[in-house]
Design a protein around this ligand. Structure first.
Ligand code: ADE
Ligand code: ZN
Length: 331
């Protein structure tokens, strides 16, 4: 009954790893195209292997899966495949985290990555009426020097990036490790976001705010353990990009019904709903909204408010934001 409403709802996705949109079907097709061998006997076997105990157990398969991405065309195909699925479920804007360090380590150049992704973003805008922004993500489990090198090497492409981000294995890799890198990004005119409080403690969220000067926190769900932090996030209107199905699949929470989302909303935080790595976590934006609607009994008003939060917090120009606001009003 509400199915149609959830599809029509104009959804902006602020937390998505483009490499995490690689469905097993495309993974197998690209493996064949590029002569890359995969550790799975079949597409079904790949899906079956997506049974994670924590973030690291997912990251191991995530980095392995992306080994099929070699040429610019592969990156364009990857993103177009995702953009078509997203548009079909009512996604109107996507902000893509991109992990160039993971590709460079395999001998794939930043130019190959960017040529493919920028082509797909331009096509999505004209072919699907889907706008996008890109986030240059640093792998926090790699040395800060590597992140700084990537940032310097990315200068020819900076017009394509709205922000820098911080992802990969959180525990033991606090935001402060990247203080200088984020300061340099700020100097270069880039916005800043960071994963924090997914598996890491609430203190990592404070560090991301104080030392990296981020405008949004990716995940941030462990903020709920620190009431003063919750108050601060509410007072400052800091946006959390929460990924409900991801949190269940990576065992951040046991089941969705136990998720801190309703408590965070009650505490006055600005939260948004996102899919993180939809090919690995059992669904895209529509599935995430639908699962929350079911688990928390959210009304259409709450779902609309969540969609509005994302439109307001997105990296997009005023004209596009106004267009999407109007679409939300005329639902
Ligand atoms: N890279 C891709 N997905 C991620 C996640 N959920 N957390 C941290 N790094 C990631
Ligand atoms: Zn993420």
């Amino acid at each position: 009954m509400n199915d149609d409403f959830l599809t029509r709802l104009p959804k902006a996705e602020l937390h998505l790893h483009i490499e995490g949109t690689l469905e097993p079907e495309l993974m197998f097709a690209l493996a064949e195209r590029n002569g890359v061998s995969l550790p799975y006997a079949s597409i079904e076997a790949a899906r079956k292997a997506y049974d994670f105990s924590d973030l690291q157990s997912f990251l191991d398969l995530y980095y392995q899966g992306m080994s099929v991405l070699v040429s610019a065309q592969d990156f364009e195909d990857l993103a177009m495949d995702y953009f078509r699925r997203a548009a079909a479920e009512g996604v109107v804007h996507v902000e893509l985290h991109v992990d160039p360090q993971a590709h460079r380590a395999r001998g794939v150049t930043l130019d190959q990555v960017m040529t493919g992704l920028t082509a797909a973003c331009a096509r999505a805008r004209t072919e699907l009426d889907l706008s996008s922004a890109m986030i240059l993500a640093f792998l926090r489990d790699q040395p800060a020097e590597d992140a700084m090198q990537l940032l310097e090497d990315a200068q020819p492409y900076l017009q394509h990036f709205s922000a820098v981000g911080l992802d990969s294995a959180e525990q033991g890799n606090p935001p402060s490790k990247f203080r200088e890198v984020f300061a340099r990004a700020r100097e270069l005119g880039l916005e800043r976001v960071a994963h924090a409080g997914e598996e890491g403690p609430p203190s990592y969220i404070r560090e991301a705010l104080d030392e990296l000067q981020v405008c949004r926190i990716d995940h941030g769900v462990r903020a709920i353990e620190d009431i003063e932090l919750v108050e601060r996030l509410a007072d400052e209107g800091t946006v959390l990009t929460v990924c409900p199905l991801s949190n269940v699949r990576l065992k951040v929470v046991e089941q969705l019904e136990h998720h801190s989302l309703p408590a965070l909303i009650d505490a006055g935080l600005v939260v948004t709903i996102n899919s993180d790595d939809p090919a690995y976590f059992g669904g895209g934006m529509r599935e995430n909204f639908a699962a929350c609607q079911k688990a928390f009994g959210w009304s259409d008003e709450t779902l609309t408010w969540l969609a509005s939060n994302a439109i307001e917090a997105a990296f997009m120009d005023d004209a596009r934001r106004e267009e999407l606001r109007q679409r939300l009003l005329n639902l």
